[in-house]
Design a protein around this ligand. Structure first.
Ligand code: ADP
Length: 289
């Protein structure tokens, strides 16, 4: 199984004639609400890829719909707590040129308790996968607990936070970075991915594909991206991560898991939207590229 300590957000997308200037009051012409958050996206991707995914997270009283939707997409939601703090949300203003401005309210995502985390992870079995990102609290506690319990501890360093990354590094088996995060990490630590002491490091490079660094063999392997017409790249990285984890969860060797993830992410960028449109395994296998 896969255990995901992860964020759950409401993405509120407001269409505007232009982005608001300081002091300006502006009426939106449209509002759409989506399920979002890196954590939720990864849970949906791994569940759609066929894995049992237990999401560990928190919402407010206003987030019941988000938990229902995760359940609908096949995610095990029994370890999602309801807190007094409102559900995390992103207020996304988009103008006619598709330029955006985002206000992120972490809310309940940062209210996960040690007890809640402990209760969830003690039900994990040795060899299960734990995935962590930076949109919740409890990263270091979870990574340490995961290592002590014999879980395969995985971490996506997004959004990048040098302090959070350094606090989990000693416990990691697998690290996911995009190109920008890889540069930020190298600046923060002065080390290359090979020098971090982590068994596997994966760096995604957008339309240029992805790269796997294996510490044991010292090998670097490249996985080209599929050529598609991209219409919306949000959630590409989260889909890629969720599919890699699901592949590993189903005992695929890393190259096969990465190849599957590249197909899933390529299909994902051809679709507008995030969690709601992450493709399932059958769609990914049948995609014509
Ligand atoms: P993030 O969204 O975290 O910044 P990336 O942009 O690196 O992540 O994308 C993750 C993966 O999604 C890439 O490794 C690639 O496989 C796939 N991908 C991203 N953009 C494209 C694209 N334009 N065409 C095909 N595949 C893409």
């Amino acid at each position: 199984a896969i255990w995901n300590l992860g964020s759950i957000n409401a993405d509120m997308v407001y269409a505007l004639p232009h982005l608001p200037a300081p002091g300006e009051t502006l009426a939106a012409t449209d509002l759409q609400q989506f399920l979002g958050g890196k954590g939720a996206n990864m849970s949906v991707a791994a569940a759609r890829a066929g894995s049992h995914v237990c999401h560990i997270g928190a919402v407010g009283a206003d987030g019941v719909w988000a938990v229902d939707r995760l359940t609908e997409y096949g995610v095990d939601t029994r370890h999602i707590a309801e807190t007094d703090t409102p559900t995390g949300h992103a207020i996304i203003a988009v103008d006619r040129q598709a330029e955006n401005q985002i206000i992120l309210f972490p809310g309940a995502n940062r209210e996960i308790s040690t007890d809640q985390l402990g209760q969830a992870l003690t039900q994990a079995e040795s060899g299960d996968i734990l995935i962590i990102q930076n949109e919740t609290n409890m990263q270091a506690e979870a990574a340490k607990m995961g290592r002590d319990l014999g879980l395969r501890v995985c971490y996506a360093a997004a959004p990048f936070d040098a302090t959070a990354v350094q606090s989990v590094l000693p416990f990691l088996d697998l690290l996911f970075l995009n190109e920008v995060e890889a540069q930020q990490l190298q600046q923060a630590t002065g080390k290359t991915p090979m020098e971090l002491g982590i068994a596997d490091v994966i760096i995604t490079l957008g339309a240029k594909g992805a790269r796997h660094f294996c510490a044991e063999t010292g090998e670097i392997q490249d996985f080209p991206a599929h050529r598609v017409t991209a219409v919306d790249t949000t959630g590409a990285g989260d889909t890629f991560t969720g599919y890699v984890l699901s592949g590993l969860d189903r005992s695929l060797p890393m190259p096969q898991a990465m190849a599957l993830a590249a197909r899933a992410a390529a299909l994902m960028v051809t679709r507008p939207g995030t969690a709601d449109v992450i493709p399932d395994l059958k769609e990914v296998q049948e995609a014509s590229f």
